[in-house]
Design a binder for this molecule. Sequence first.
Ligand code: ATP
Length: 323
Amino acid sequence: IKSIGVLTSGGDAPGMNAAIRSVTRAAIFNNMRVFGIYRGYKGLISNEIEEFKTNSVSNIIQQGGTILKTARSAEFMDPEGRKVAFENMQKHGIDALVVIGGDGSLTGASIFGNEYDIPIVGLPGTIDNDLNGTDVTIGYDTALNTIMQSVDKIRDTATSHERLFFIEVMGRNCGFLALNSAIAAGAEAAIIPEISLKKDQLGELIEQGFRKSKNSSIILVTEGEITGGALQLAERVKQEYPQYDVRVSILGHLQRGGSPSAQDRILASRMGIAAIQALLENQRNVMIGIRENEIDYVPFKRAIKKEREISEELREVLLISSI
Ligand code: ATP
């Protein structure tokens, strides 16, 4: 491999820049040329490609977002679009790709890599932590800290007014952000999709009596249809229990922003170097994962399978620590 392309795709996550930096520098260290591809697969199709040198990635490790920009591309879902993408790679002499993104981006990478016999290595870049085969994804720790700090602030007002707060966080179909930020911020409960599929969590909370001995309550809720989202849950409580002073806060996009945490910067730096190492070892169609602090190569198929389970132990920690 003489020349690689790097892109970020799907939702942005803090730490993507640290990953771009380390991929670029590891490739140059190993005498490869590096091309930055702007706007994910969209830019691969519209040929927004620029050669990167070591200083192209200077002073970005501390920046949130992604200097390569990110986008969603419907054209890439289509074989015609992918053909144009491949032709653009050929024009620049790019032999291999490093794709930084979530499950959708890695699904696209898997299809593209097989279709054109291109070595592609993925990095898990998503705040949702919803990929298999890695303990954590790039951006997750920063988002968790952002949510925790926001909940701390909401708690001040919740306590003063003796209110019941539903705080909605991101995560798509995955409850890691809600559950772990609930533990970190000392919230009373987390309503997460994995459990909503099995039982009525709000119903149980109502039965127990929300506030127990407390004068305010904070409940973290994962966004989306499976849980119903914070607004819908709050509405249900308001109707059934008008005595409660219920409020909703949807944290929204602030969860994606901000300077990456030390953990995310280190994770992204390690994974970026590992991606180039994997390509040198002739690996392809794998995502770089981290398990028990060791780098691992996870086949795309396994990485994107929707089977990641939430830990019972974590649920218990929240349950016991919030009595
Ligand atoms: P996040 O989880 O943070 O939202 P993501 O990578 O899952 O990130 P998606 O919007 O699902 O984000 O996917 C990003 C892009 O990957 C899509 O816009 C599309 O270009 C490509 N992609 C997703 N699924 C496929 C597929 N089945 N075939 C080809 N390309 C795909």
